[in-house]
Every structure is written in C-alpha cells, then in structure tokens.
Design a protein. Structure first.
Length: 316
C-alpha cells in the first residue's frame, strides 16, 4: 500500500505539473516534412501576430506528393492562419468531424527548429486536449493531425464541434525551452448556428462562488478499476487547477488520481480514477457513499488558492 501510495502520488503530481494538469495517453502519429524552395523569400519582419480569422488566400499552401487533406474534410471549414512568428507561419487547413482531426500546417523560413504544441484547448467551451505535437525543421514545411478523442466528445455531449480555442506553444526542438506562448486562438470549424447544451444533470457536489461540481456517476474501467465522472464549471474570476489525492468510499480512504485544469468560463468532464485493488481490498462491490477534499490551485504556480473539505455524495 505504501509503495502504491508513493507511486500514485508522484504520478498525480507529475501529471499536474505537466502542461495542463491532465492525464492523457499519447499516440504517435506520422509527420511529413518538406524542404522549402531555396528561392522562397524570408520574412524580415519579426513582429508577432495571432489571427483567428480565415486566411485570405486559400491557395497559398505548398502542394505535396501525398497531402493529408482531402476534398471531403476541407469542405467543413475555411483555411485559417493561426500564428505568424519570426518566419514561422501556422495554419489550420481542414477539420474532419468524422474522425475529429484538425490538420495543421507549419511553414518555417527561419533557421530555428520548432516543436509546436497546443495548450488549454477547449471544444465548444469544454476542456478537451488533443494528441498533438509537431516538429518543423529550419527552412521546411510540415503537416500533422491534431487528434481529438470522440470518446471525450461523447463524455461532454459534443455532437458537433463548432469552435476550438487553444493556446499555441513554440518550443525549441533541441532544448524544449518555451520560446513563445500565444494568447487564446479561436478556430471556427463549422458555420453551424447550433448552440452547445451543457448537461448539468446529476448530484450536485459543490456550487459556490462560481465553481460548480456535479457527480455524473461511477463507470467501470477495465484497466484501472472505476472512474468517477465529475462535471466542472468554472465561472469564477481565475483559472483553476482542481486536484484531490484521495477519496473515502464507504468509509474507506484510498488513493486516487484526480486533476483537471479549467480556465475561466470553461467546462470539463473529468474522471477520478479509483484502483480496483483498493476496491477488492476493502471488499467494495457497490459504492454507497463518497467523500473527498478538493484543492484549488493556480495552474501557473501550483500554489494553493483554496481547500474545500467534505465534498460528499450519498449517505454521510
């Protein structure tokens, strides 16, 4: 138990400190890089500009022998210029709603090799981080899919992804030092007028000062044991990293993995991981009560803002 407690605590802390305080498995996807024409002009203007409007020239991208884009997926959105930074131009080429893939293209006319990532990403105001990290070499072009999870969409009740918001991180590909972090950039993936419905059904765990937590129930997880699904709405005046290291189920306290970063005005459906070994150890076949302490932290510094005791569900 002691070894497992050390493991899970370190695992949870590591996960929280990494980019957005969320645990997520990453899958490696193929990336294509193409050397730019030697005759291409470099941009001598080093000013930074973020853009969340469609690019005026949709024919400016360089064609490749086996482009990732398709006529079908390209029809769902207009090509958008997301970022221009010291010779680096980043575009969103197309969105495929069937696979939830956003195709990103980078053109780099500088001598700097970049690693490009997304941070604090939301879809229809729900926090949903994609699987995305792209390298682009100096004087080269690259394309890669930002892959969202359709399971995450289902958990959040996202039937049509109409808007993606994200921050773009530019890292040095060798040292992985952060070179630049953009403000929020909005990607319009559809011209639909459909409004996202936020499902707030369930048992209210906490609802004060703009922060709301609602229990969406326990579900079986074949790998870990059980997942406690919790809806989070942050209408406070600050970004929050929401964290809890343990939970008391049926009067038995056990270690869990639970953390979520929810910026101002955003929603999330996060999972508290309960280990099957603990459920077996305490012979818990049916969960009748649950209680935990919630730690609200600053996502940038990880300093504790507030501690909320005795958030409970069931007979307490």
């Amino acid at each position: 138990m002691k070894n497992k407690y050390i493991f899970t605590t370190l695992f949870a802390l590591f996960t929280i400190m990494a980019s957005s305080c969320q645990t997520r498995s990453a899958q490696t996807t193929a990336q294509k890089e193409i050397t730019l024409e030697d005759s291409a002009e470099t941009n001598s203007n080093s000013d930074i500009s973020d853009a969340s409007v469609p690019a005026e020239d949709n024919n400016a991208s360089t064609e490749t022998d086996a482009p990732i884009t398709s006529e079908v997926s390209a029809a769902f959105m207009e090509e958008q210029t997301l970022l221009e930074y010291e010779g680096l131009s980043l575009k969103a080429l197309s969105w495929d709603p069937d696979t939830a893939n956003l195709i990103i293209q980078a053109q780099n006319s500088s001598a700097q090799e970049y690693t490009i990532q997304f941070s604090d990403t939301s879809v229809n105001n729900y926090m949903v981080e994609p699987n995305f990290s792209m390298n682009v070499k100096a004087d080269a072009q690259a394309e890669k899919n930002a892959e969202f999870s359709l399971d995450d969409f289902d958990s959040c009740g996202i039937e049509e992804a109409t808007q993606i918001q994200t921050k773009i991180l530019l890292l040095d590909s060798v040292s992985f030092d952060t070179i630049y972090t953009s403000d929020y950039i909005t990607i319009q993936t559809s011209d639909s007028n459909r409004q996202q419905v936020y499902d707030e059904s369930g048992d209210i765990l906490y609802d004060q000062d703009g922060l709301k937590l609602i229990s969406k129930g326990f579900v079986d997880d074949p790998e870990w044991g059980k997942l406690w699904k919790i809806y989070i709405s942050n209408d406070t005046d600050r970004d929050l990293c929401i964290y809890s290291p343990d939970v008391t189920l049926n009067d038995h306290t056990m270690d869990v993995i639970f953390s979520a970063t929810v910026p101002v005005g955003k929603k999330a459906v996060s999972s508290m991981t309960v280990f099957q070994s603990d459920l077996d150890n305490y012979q818990i076949n049916e969960i009748t009560s649950a209680r935990f302490t919630l730690h609200l932290k600053n996502p940038a510094t990880f300093e504790t803002i507030q501690t909320i005791d005795n958030i409970s569900l069931g007979n307490q």
